[in-house]
Design a protein around this ligand. Sequence first.
Ligand SMILES: [Zn+2]
Length: 143
Amino acid sequence: MARPKKPVHERIDRLTQQHDGHLLWKGQMRRGKPHLDRVGNPVRVLLGLADHPTIQVRPCCPEKHPNCINPHHWRVIVEKSRIYDDAPPPNWSDPRSGFSNRDLIEIEENLELLQNNEITVEDLDMLPAHIKAEILVRGSGPL
Ligand SMILES: [Zn+2]
């Protein structure tokens, strides 16, 4: 009889180690990236992306640890459909932010409009308050 499979989060837990704000992967590497059998990059599990194969991730660890899988040290690339402009974005919620993917797209679009002076801060009043607040926070940081 096959042994029951360990839940994947548990496997990842056992193979990682906290280190100064980084989450270092002690498991195998493949092509320079953390790799877990049948899963691929374990950070995808931590980001809730296991079922979203079309969404890409890129490392952005501030100290460039090749084996860091702190979800905050990865950039998630959600591309809008190139073919259908109005295709809905993938139904993924970023577990790091508390914002849904749709919220995040709205935030990014409005931030861009704001920075290009195509809309004003007052125009943001028509958005939900937590979205407006996030746009202002991002807009005030280094660009
Ligand atoms: Zn890191």
